[in-house]
Design a protein around this ligand. Structure first.
Ligand SMILES: Cc1cc2nc3c(=O)[nH]c(=O)nc-3n(C[C@H](O)[C@H](O)[C@H](O)COP(=O)(O)OP(=O)(O)OC[C@H]3O[C@@H](n4cnc5c(N)ncnc54)[C@H](O)[C@@H]3O)c2cc1C
Length: 394
């Protein structure tokens, strides 16, 4: 393996091959994958694992629409295909349960136009989803009131690729996995304050400085300023946060029910009869973790959409901030002009379905093994070009 030279932690300790910032779904998958590949890893998290956007409970694993196929859709599709085996391996290794199930998804059709568009996708799905998954337009859903027939006057799309996972279940399994690996050093309650690409060091909030072979900036929305600084760009050039609010209901619903998605509202049946509902999308917000009347509105719409949950009590309300890179796609790979610095950010609304594959890309980058195909639009250069285009047009 072509592993980069490691420096030394100031204080005499051996420095890690890979230093990772942030223990969300991105940083945790990367830690596990890098350690499996034989790299020594230091993972630094400012609070507790799952303290950021990954601490919710929605867990939808939904593909992009099958038409106008491109590199991003292909990357996500392959990731969604692989995830089943990845989860099986993780569960076998740890004995933990990730709450993963490929239940499919229903999309109610309310207009003739939506129905015509859906019919047009059937062939696209056959071609682009490799013939393994169905995309059908049916008259009605199989289960009464999931969704309401009134919400689907022109029928309902039923696709069989979508799945769901329990975010806390997955994070717990990843933590169990890394707990037994000897080559991982996990530091909780410590922030990365600054990165110096020139001398391969990072400064931590406890006053120490760590040398590394590579550093992966995977700390959610807070990765953007670190990546931008390393690339010599203004702090807010490369991405920002989009707040989302979600609710969990005790609906005594079957865990086999398919996801329902309609115009920004997701309804997802999990284990224990729980149903998760999401989400708002807020670019402007004062408090990143509060919930308010915009969540009440989503809950109301979800109850109308799926009367099965009409009277189910809300047992949890939650909000988090999704990392969204300037170019819209995830941001993954080397940071130009900053040797040894890697970006792993911007999973926005799809991180739970792709983080394991993003991790594979970075591990391959470090070890020189075969790299999963990654679209140009994920590169830091691409996002930086978007940023400069934006600033030149004001
Ligand atoms: C309401 C809502 C619903 C969602 N639903 C879905 C869904 O159904 N499916 C899906 O795939 N995605 C969903 N998402 C998006 C998904 O949750 C995020 O894309 C994902 O969690 C991002 O993971 P991350 O690891 O990149 O960032 P985070 O989970 O935010 O993790 C970053 C971590 O870095 C730590 N950190 C920050 N700064 C520092 C620092 N300087 N030093 C050390 N540590 C630091 C933070 O404490 C945090 O733990 C949803 C998001 C929201 C808000």
């Amino acid at each position: 393996m072509g592993i980069a030279d490691s420096g030394v932690v100031h204080g005499g300790q051996a420095a890690p091959d890979l230093f990772i910032t942030g223990a969300g779904v991105a940083g945790l998958w990367l830690t596990v994958k890098a350690a499996r590949a034989g790299l020594s890893v230091m993972l630094v998290e400012r609070g507790n694992p799952g303290g950021g956007a990954s601490g919710g409970f929605l867990g939808a694993l939904m593909p992009h629409s099958p038409e106008r196929w491109n590199g991003k859709k292909d990357f996500q599709f392959r990731a969604l295909m692989d995830l089943e085996d990845e989860i099986a391996r993780l569960e076998a290794e740890t004995g933990a349960y990730c709450g993963y199930r490929r239940v499919g998804r229903l999309l109610p059709l309310s207009t003739e136009r939506a129905r015509a568009a859906a019919l047009g996708q059937i062939d696209e799905a056959r071609v682009n989803w490799g013939g393994r998954f169905n995309y059908e337009v049916n008259h009605t859903a199989e289960v009464e009131n999931w969704p309401d027939i009134l919400a689907a006057p022109r029928g309902v799309v039923h696709e069989t690729l979508s799945a769901r996972i329990s975010p806390p279940g997955l994070l717990g399994a990843l933590l169990s996995s890394l707990a037994v690996m000897p080559n991982i050093d996990l530091r909780l309650g410590t922030s990365v304050v600054d990165v110096s690409p020139d001398d391969h060091t990072a400064r931590l909030s406890d006053g120490s400085t760590v040398s590394y072979g590579h550093i992966a900036l995977a700390n959610g929305v807070d990765a953007f300023p670190l990546i931008a600084r390393a690339a010599g760009l203004p702090a807010h050039a490369l991405g920002s946060g989009v707040k989302g609010q979600a609710a969990l209901l005790d609906a005594k619903a079957s865990p086999d029910l398919p996801l329902v998605y309609d115009d920004g509202v997701y309804v997802i049946a999990h284990e224990n009869g729980h149903v998760a509902i999401g989400s708002t999308s807020e670019r402007d917000f004062d408090d990143p973790v509060s919930t308010d009347e915009s969540l009440d509105e989503i809950i109301k719409r979800a109850r109308r959409l799926c009367p099965v949950i009409k009277h189910a009590p809300v047992i949890r309300r939650w909000a988090g901030v999704r990392p969204r890179a300037i170019g819209g796609d995830p941001m993954l790979g080397p940071v130009p002009g900053a040797p040894g610095v890697l970006a792993m950010a911007g999973g926005f609304k799809i991180s739970f379905g792709i983080a394991h594959r993003m991790a594979d890309v970075l591990v391959a980058e470090i070890t020189g093994s075969e790299r999963p195909e990654t679209p140009m639009s994920f590169s830091v250069e691409y996002h930086a070009a978007k940023a400069s285009g934006k600033s030149s047009t004001g």
